[in-house]
Ligand binder design. Structure first.
Ligand SMILES: Nc1ncnc2c1ncn2[C@@H]1O[C@H](COP(=O)(O)OP(=O)(O)OP(=O)(O)O)[C@@H](O)[C@H]1O
Ligand SMILES: [Mg+2]
Length: 246
């Protein structure tokens, strides 16, 4: 039997007007994989995730999830098939409470192991602050709530856009622990990151993007062994060694 990845993106092209933003992006993920997409500002990382989630619609290429084509489907239909989305800037509803944010996300959720009780088990502070407005949470708490909102829909794959952005090192490590927990339970993670130190601690496979193309690929060992092969494609400020604070 031939191997069929959970997610397979092939030769993806996205154009915004005259701008050719994605120029043939290919990537694939298996169950439980943690894949990190690295690259400088404006190279097309967010666009790659958003295209997998149905917006924008690609001008070329294919996206298969569990062997079925999903490019061109509406975002809600893609989410229903099991792809979760944690957008950049941990977007939650600031005027709704923690419990309301979770309840809204759990409407029409796929059946599975994650429900409100399970969420409160792994994030006990959410149970304590269930009546607090989302807008009063710290940045780190809002990020955890955004992850919980995606989890409660019982995805098989979660796409996260810069989950460590703007968070303290301690909270970043907590985000890392949650990512590892997801993977241990069989949920795959496709994560955009600019924090290389964090990415190398959590990620297993890496894709480096530049100007709409994947220009370097490697697993963790390969990335650690040869940073010269890709560091010109990353911002100078975020090239910290693993183990060092980013
Ligand atoms: N809706 C849109 N219309 C036109 N251009 C867009 C649109 N969305 C993104 N772009 C452009 O596409 C390019 C890639 O953007 P994208 O947000 O994917 O980059 P990124 O790698 O996520 O960058 P960052 O690190 O800053 O988040 C940028 O030049 C951006 O200006
Ligand atoms: Mg982005």
């Amino acid at each position: 039997m031939s191997h069929r990845p959970l997610l397979e993106v092939e030769h993806l092209h996205v154009r915004f007007g005259a701008s050719h933003i994605l120029q043939g992006v290919s990537l694939s993920l298996d169950e439980g994989d943690i894949t990190v997409l690295l690259g400088r500002n404006g190279v097309g990382k967010t666009t790659t995730l958003q295209t997998i989630l149905g917006m924008p619609v690609p001008s070329g290429g294919t996206i298969h999830f569990r062997g079925e084509p999903i490019a061109g489907l509406a975002t809600h239909a893609i989410v229903r098939r099991g792809i979760g989305w944690v957008p950049q800037g941990h977007r939650i509803f600031p005027t709704l409470t923690v419990a309301e944010n979770l309840a809204l996300a759990s409407r029409k959720a796929r059946p599975g192991q994650w429900d409100i009780d399970r969420i409160f088990e792994i994030f006990p502070w959410m149970a304590e602050r269930r009546r607090a407005s989302g807008g009063y949470l710290s940045g780190g708490e809002q990020q955890m709530l955004a992850v919980a909102r995606a989890l409660i829909q019982n995805p098989d794959l979660i796409c996260m856009d810069e989950p460590s952005e703007g968070l303290s090192p301690k909270i970043v490590e907590e985000v890392g622990r949650v990512v590892e927990l997801l993977s241990a339970q069989g949920c795959s993670v496709l994560m955009v990151e600019q924090n290389l130190g964090f990415a190398l601690r959590v990620g297993r496979n890496f894709l480096v993007m530049n100007k709409g193309r994947i220009v370097h690929r490697g697993d963790r060992a390969q990335m650690l062994a040869d940073p010269q092969a890709y560091r010109q494609h990353l911002s100078v400020t975020n090239v910290s060694k693993p183990g060092e604070p980013a």
